[in-house]
Write a protein that binds this ligand. Structure first.
Ligand code: DX5
Ligand code: ZN
Length: 221
C-alpha cells in the first residue's frame, strides 16, 4: 500500500546515464524515497529510453520505491517483465490501453501498485470508471517523450478537478504530476492537490543534485 504523502519523485530520465548508480545514491542521500522511471518505446512517444533490463540493474543497488511510467504501446505484453525487474508502482497510459480494467487488474494481481496516466489533451472523464480501481493517477503536464519541457498551465485546473473527483468519491487515490515541475511551478501544483511531484531536469539538470532536491522539497513542506 502506497503512502499518501507529498513528495518529490526524481525522474531518472535527466540523470547521468553513464553512472546511474551514483545519481541514485545522491537523490537517496538527499532524502528521496520514490524514484520515477520513464520507459519509452519510440512508438507511443517519439523517443526511446530504457526498459526492464536497466530497471532490474537499478533494483539491485537501491531500496527506493521504483515508480515505473510506461510510455509504450501494448503494455499488457510487458507487465510481468516490469514486475520481475522490481517495479513497485506500474503506470500505464489510458491512451495505450483498449481494456484498461483488465490491465489494471493484472498489475495488481502481479503484486504492484497500479497507476493510470493521462496525456495533456486527454479529459478526466476517460478515467471516471477506472478511478476506484487504481492506486495512483499520473497527470502529464507536458506532452510525454522528453525531459526539460515547459509546464502546461491548464494542468492546474485538471489537478484541481481530479482532486475533487477523488474526495467526492472518498477514495485513497494518489495524484502524481509529471512534466515541467521546477522551483517556479511546484507550489501551485502542490496547492492544486498533487501528492507525488515528478522532477527530472529540476533535480538532475545540473550537478548540484542534493541541493536541487532539497530546494524543491523545501517548497512543498
Ligand atoms: C516525460 C517524462 C517525465 C520527464 C519529466 O515524458 O514522463 O517523467 O522526465 O521531466 P522534467 O521534470 O524535466 O519535465
Ligand atoms: Zn514520467
Amino acid at each position: 500500500m502506497l503512502k499518501k504523502e507529498i513528495l518529490i519523485a526524481p525522474s531518472l530520465l535527466s540523470a547521468n546515464f553513464s553512472n546511474l548508480e551514483k545519481d541514485i545514491e545522491r537523490v537517496s542521500a538527499a532524502g528521496a524515497t520514490v524514484l520515477h522511471l520513464d520507459v519509452m518505446d519510440g512508438h507511443f512517444v517519439p523517443n526511446i529510453s530504457f526498459g526492464p533490463t536497466v530497471i532490474k540493474a537499478i533494483n539491485t543497488s537501491t531500496n527506493l520505491i521504483l515508480d515505473t511510467h510506461l510510455m509504450i504501446e501494448n503494455p499488457d505484453n510487458y507487465l510481468e517483465q516490469f514486475r520481475d525487474a522490481g517495479s513497485d508502482i506500474l503506470t500505464v497510459h489510458v491512451e495505450a490501453c483498449a481494456h484498461l480494467n483488465r490491465t489494471i487488474s493484472k498489475i495488481k494481481e502481479l503484486g504492484m501498485s497500479a497507476g493510470v496516466s493521462l496525456n495533456p489533451a486527454t479529459p478526466l472523464t476517460l478515467i471516471e470508471e477506472i478511478l476506484p480501481f487504481v492506486d495512483l493517477v499520473l497527470i502529464m503536464s507536458v506532452n510525454p517523450g522528453f525531459g526539460g519541457q515547459k509546464f502546461i498551465q491548464t494542468s492546474i485546473e485538471k489537478i484541481t478537478n481530479l482532486s475533487k473527483m477523488i474526495s467526492d468519491k472518498n477514495l485513497p487515490t494518489i495524484i502524481e504530476v509529471d512534466g515541467g515541475i521546477d522551483l517556479n511551478t511546484i507550489k501551485n501544483i502542490k496547492n492544486a492537490g498533487a501528492h507525488y511531484l515528478v522532477a527530472g531536469n529540476a533535480v538532475f539538470g545540473n550537478r548540484n543534485i542534493e541541493q536541487n532536491y532539497k530546494q524543491l522539497n523545501s517548497l512543498i513542506k
